[in-house]
Design a protein around this ligand. Structure first.
Ligand code: MN
Length: 131
């Protein structure tokens, strides 16, 4: 066992993959054979991801605020604290805050053999995000 009290890996979401202000707080990335990657992701109002997909899918658990999620071909859906979203392997989607509220979610994924956890669309903008 070991207790991690400070997480220097906290960083802002890079502009090529995120819109607005997003902070990524890496909670867990244990060594192999674990593939687990766990983040606490903080979105300021208007902050949201680009379209992307995860090789083994993703679990999002909203812990604060009001957010939006959309899978390819589906409607933009509202989520709030307490909601859990399961994204299927390879399913294109985006997630983020609403335009007027903060949102925080835990994000849990498994890394692929090459260490990647997401495959991003070439453009960060999401046409479906409400103006
Ligand atoms: Mn995702």
């Amino acid at each position: 066992m070991h207790i991690i009290r400070n997480r220097p890996e906290t960083r802002s979401g890079p502009a090529e993959h995120f819109n607005g202000t997003v902070w990524l707080d890496e909670i867990a990335a244990p060594e192999a054979p674990s593939r687990l990657r766990m983040f606490n992701v903080h979105f300021a109002p208007g902050g949201h991801t680009a379209w992307h997909r995860h090789p083994y899918g993703q679990i999002l658990h909203v812990t604060e605020g009001e957010g939006l999620v959309q899978r390819r071909g589906g409607p933009v859906e509202a989520v709030r604290a307490g909601d859990t979203v399961r994204i299927e392997p390879g399913e294109w989607h985006w997630h983020g805050a609403t335009p007027s509220a903060f949102m925080t979610h835990l994000a849990v994924v498994e890394a692929a053999d090459d260490g990647t956890t997401a495959d991003w669309h070439a453009h960060s903008a999401v046409d479906e995000y409400p103006a």
